[in-house]
Design a protein around this ligand. Structure first.
Ligand SMILES: Cc1cc2nc3c(=O)[nH]c(=O)nc-3n(C[C@H](O)[C@H](O)[C@H](O)COP(=O)(O)O)c2cc1C
Length: 340
């Protein structure tokens, strides 16, 4: 039987002394990478002043990384360590993904990390391959920044829009868990809405309009009518409005138009590191929650509020629903005999 890969969650460590304790515990166990006491002690000391993300197994930290600003557009993973027995189990990946989100949510455009250039030492070669596998790009080697035996390789990763489209498509999930309290910056909401409005529409009738809500009082009013609750901890939501306009002859493509806009927005939300869920069934049933939301938002009568998308940072992992196998739903050249 295939071994199930464990999912790890990185958490931010708020207390400086706690950060130093974790850094000491892990770095002292990784003497092959952090053998020089003076350097190791400097990392431990500095961890007290920097942001730290850590992964735990039970109550024990098994990996961490620290982040610091190196310029107004860039953050750096200044040190990272994973207990040797937890290597190649996804801990580093979970930490690095969380670091990308951490930096992105704080408005940085680039994440950088430094290591010893590939081809010098086996252990560091594995580190290089890990960074490349995470999507870092080689930026520059500084042969003498550290010393001649340890040429410094700088890697960078562009954060906004770095996620490749096909990766974003398969990473998107309907998230129904709790959201963190962090507000979603207006510019992110605008980028998401622009992605929605960039969607195709039948005869370019552009029947979809969008209304983002980030005002806490208005969110509170909306939550009162969204019963049972859905996306209630999200700090923002985007409501999708539709006008059932005829595109040509008797054809109305309003549903297709807003579906395309919603999917574009869900992908933009995923690419920016947020979570969401397509809530349509929930608010368009016989209890017409959508109409009551529209009333609260002063939406004119010729628009229908058909869906809302919560937007925020997920506190938990989204579950991945089972999809039927590719071969059952996708074919080439002809529909296979005996399938129905
Ligand atoms: C038209 C439509 C309406 C939906 N309405 C709801 C809804 O009201 N509540 C909900 O929890 N999910 C809703 N969803 C999300 C689906 O349940 C979800 O896409 C599906 O279970 C597959 O999961 P995934 O999005 O993680 O791939 C809706 C999706 C679509 C396309």
């Amino acid at each position: 039987m295939e071994k199930q890969k464990k999912t790890w969650t990185a958490v931010e460590i708020g207390d400086g002394q706690e950060r130093q304790r974790i850094a000491r515990k892990i770095l002292e166990s990784l003497r092959d990478w952090f053998e020089i006491t003076r350097t190791r002690e400097a990392y431990i000391r500095e961890s007290g002043e920097q942001a730290m993300l850590a992964v735990r197994e039970g109550t024990e930290e098994v990996g961490f990384l620290c982040l610091k600003e190196t310029g107004s557009a860039a953050a750096e993973v200044s040190v990272m360590g994973v207990l040797r027995e937890y290597h190649r189990q996804g801990v580093g990946r979970a930490l690095m993904e969380a670091a990308g989100k951490w930096a992105e949510h704080r408005g940085y455009d680039l994440l950088q990390v430094k290591t010893v250039e590939m081809g010098r030492y086996e252990d560091y070669d594995r580190t290089n391959l890990f960074y490349l596998g995470m999507g870092f790009k080689t930026f520059e080697v500084f042969p003498e920044l550290w010393d001649k035996d340890n040429p410094c390789q700088v890697y960078v990763m562009p954060l906004h829009g770095n996620a490749r489209l096909l990766d974003v498509i398969s990473a998107r999930r309907s998230y129904r868990g709790r959201y963190r309290g962090d507000r979603v910056p207006r510019e992110d909401l605008e980028r998401i809405m622009r992605a929605g409005l960039d969607a195709p529409s039948g005869c370019n009738r552009q029947t979809t309009s969008l209304l983002a809500v980030d005002d806490p009082d208005t969110l509170k009013k909306l939550r009162r009518v969204i019963q049972p609750p859905a996306g209630e901890t999200a700090p923002a939501m985007i409501c999708v409005l539709c006008r059932r306009i005829i595109a040509y002859r008797d054809r109305c493509f309003a549903v297709q138009d807003y579906a395309a806009a919603i999917e574009n927005m869900l992908l933009a939300i995923t690419a920016l590191g947020y979570a969401s869920c397509w809530y349509e069934g929930h608010i368009t049933d016989t209890d017409r929650i959508g109409d009551r939301m529209a009333e609260i938002l002063h939406v004119p009568g010729d628009y229908e509020l058909v869906c809302f998308l919560p937007v925020g940072i997920a506190e938990e992992e989204a579950t991945r629903p089972v999809r039927k196998p590719f071969e059952e739903r996708a074919f080439f050249n002809r529909f296979p005999e005996g399938k129905n």
